[in-house]
Ligand binder design. Structure first.
Ligand SMILES: *[C@@H]1O[C@H](CO)[C@@H](O)[C@H](O)[C@H]1NC(C)=O
Ligand SMILES: *[C@@H]1O[C@H](CO)[C@@H](O)[C@H](O)[C@H]1NC(C)=O
Length: 391
């Protein structure tokens, strides 16, 4: 921590803010659609409206309409994580195999910071959502939109990290959607989190304090793509050499698990160019509640609020037995966020797990699923096989 603070001060005092930041790799500053054009020469941008008036950006890389496939991203992330590896990304690989690729952007992130009547910059109410709303509103609206456009009855989905939790919420709270999913591949599955390890657990334990600070400051958006804190992160993390050491080796890796070979210094700025992408304070608070309460349950409003919202003192659990869609779980042994232990608990609760894979490498961590340099070799063949089997 001292290190980080020292460098922060150093960076702040070094006029770095008066210079334009340099991303050496052009992919770092390209949006999902620009990357799709660069690597595949085709893309479509769709706006999906949810029943609550939220407007989501849904990217499509058109392919065989009988093979629609939806990507669901993780917390403070966006569709970009599935394409930022370019030729060795999952979106590009599946598009080349002629899947009809769709990538959601859940409410509140850089692409979906929009609403029919509310202004995210002004209306605090806009940010009143968590993974519950992702699963209950954003996913159903998006799935219906895709099935309508492709004239199909069902689609395949691939979720990563919090994106998997949102899919379980969908299956549990809107059971009719289970049959619209052919197969759900869950990468780094998130439901229970009380076994999250080491630094991740410290951050999660500090979260209530951070949450209070955000509340006190009236700040409902966290790590927004165009926020001052993101600008500071960019300034810090893009410093040659030092940025890699501070932000990745002594930062991200402490949280996600270290696996240096998989994120090379040349690629790191590409990650920083796309991540984090913003979410609500409530969303992160809901995740920390799931961890501290040791239950995969609805958002906890406190006893009085819960009586109003749920008519019970405690928030009800999400009923995982209702998540009847076919699911393949994929875990990493060095994943400090989605741990093998917690995934084992989830696996026992889900009624229709058709496949379970633990990545072979002892070092495979939380971010290798989407950002890893060799993931196209170590994991993609498995994904192709499972998708094909349940097509
Ligand atoms: C990506 O792959 C395509 C097809 O193999 C190739 O033509 C293109 O040069 C590659 N792009 C980059 C940036 O490597
Ligand atoms: C898609 O939605 C439009 C507009 O609501 C509707 O007219 C059309 O019948 C739908 N198509 C399919 C295949 O469901």
């Amino acid at each position: 921590m001292i290190n980080v603070l020292t460098v922060l001060l150093l960076v702040c005092s070094s006029e770095v803010f008066t210079q334009t930041l340099r991303f050496d790799n052009e992919d770092a500053v390209m949006t999902f659609d620009q990357l799709a054009m660069k690597y595949l020469e085709k893309v479509e941008i769709h706006d999906v409206r949810t029943d609550g008036g939220y407007v989501l950006a849904l990217f499509r890389i058109p392919g065989d309409v009988t093979k629609p496939l939806l990507f669901v991203h993780g917390a403070v992330d966006s569709s970009d994580s599935f394409i930022m590896r370019g030729n060795t990304s999952l979106a590009v690989a599946l598009s080349r195999d002629n899947y009809d690729v769709w990538a959601i952007n859940l409410r509140g992130n850089r692409y979906s910071r929009r609403h029919d009547t509310m202004n995210p910059d002004i209306d605090r109410k806009y940010w009143d959502f968590s993974l519950h709303e992702f699963g209950y509103h954003d996913l159903p609206s998006t799935i219906d939109y895709i099935l309508n456009k492709t004239n199909q009855q069902s689609l395949s989905t691939i979720g990563y990290s919090e994106g998997t939790a949102s899919m379980y919420v969908l299956g549990a709270t809107r059971p009719e959607y289970n049959e619209k999913v052919k197969i759900f591949i869950s990468l780094a599955p998130i439901s229970y989190m009380h076994n999250a390890e080491s630094y991740m657990s410290i951050i999660m334990d500090l979260a209530p304090v951070i949450n209070e600070a955000y509340l006190a400051a009236g700040n409902e958006e966290v790590l927004g793509f165009n926020s001052p804190i993101k600008a500071l992160m960019n300034a810090l993390c893009l410093q040659k050499k030092i940025g890699y050491e501070i932000c990745l080796l002594n930062g991200l890796f402490l949280l996600a698990g270290a696996h240096q070979r998989e994120i090379e210094p040349d690629f790191f700025p590409v990650i920083i160019g796309h991540f984090p992408s913003g979410t609500s304070r409530k969303n992160l608070e809901h995740l920390t509640q799931i961890r501290s309460r040791r239950r995969f349950a609805n958002y906890d409003y406190g006893p009085a609020g819960n009586m109003v919202e749920y008519n019970t003192e405690f928030p009800p659990d999400y009923d995982l037995s209702k998540v009847t869609m076919k699911i393949a779980l994929v875990s990493g042994k060095n994943d400090k966020v989605s741990t093998i232990k917690d995934v084992a608990l989830l696996r026992k609760m889900l009624p229709n797990v058709v496949d379970y894979k633990v990545m072979k490498s002892a070092e495979f961590n939380h971010v290798d699923f989407v950002w890893g340099r060799n993931t196209h070799k170590t994991m993609f063949p498995y994904i192709f096989k499972v998708l094909n089997k349940y097509q």
